[in-house]
Design a protein around this ligand. Structure first.
Ligand code: ZN
Length: 165
């Protein structure tokens, strides 16, 4: 992975495509775990508490997702979002998969569309459960509340690159 190539990506869809296609490639240099893929990184948190809500996280599509909405509800996957709506984590369309509320996710502190060169940078990645990630996307102040200084520094740096656009 050449970081100069990442800087040339601007469209959110391009960046997402790169992120998706590298899920099983060893592109993250983790200080303790070594060179690992995004999927291996998530997997290493199976059974561990979410750093934000403290609930035990799970990983593994075979055991913690289902194609059936009814089955998802009967397994207790449905929860209420911060604005009180019933919600089930889901991904894909054909088929749509419904996931356990505390499924492990790998989140970018600085949005990947805003700062693509930090796509695989371990300091810009944080593990959290899907439910917390979902709540985060409802709340633009999440980063500020969690880790204000780190993110504001990165954000300032990222935004300064876009002044000329
Ligand atoms: Zn959580």
């Amino acid at each position: 992975m050449n970081k100069d190539n990442l800087k040339a990506l601007y469209r959110g869809s391009d960046i997402n495509e790169v992120w998706q296609s590298y899920q099983n490639e060893r592109v993250i240099e983790h200080p303790k775990l070594g060179l690992i893929s995004p999927n291996e990184y998530r997997q290493s948190y199976h059974g561990k508490p979410c750093p934000f809500c403290g609930k035990k996280m799970v990983h593994g599509k075979a055991n913690y997702s289902t194609k059936s909405r009814q089955e998802a509800i009967s397994r207790g996957y449905q929860y209420k979002t911060q604005n009180g709506k019933n919600y089930i984590n889901h991904a894909g369309r054909f088929p749509r998969l419904y996931f356990h509320p505390h499924y492990v996710t790998l989140d970018h502190k600085v949005n990947k569309a805003r700062c693509p060169e930090l796509l695989f940078e371990v300091s810009n990645l944080q593990i959290m459960c899907w439910k917390c990630n979902q709540n985060k996307s409802d709340n633009n102040n999440f980063e500020a509340e969690q880790d204000y200084n780190f993110v504001s520094d990165l954000a300032r740096e990222a935004l300064s690159k876009y002044k000329k656009l």
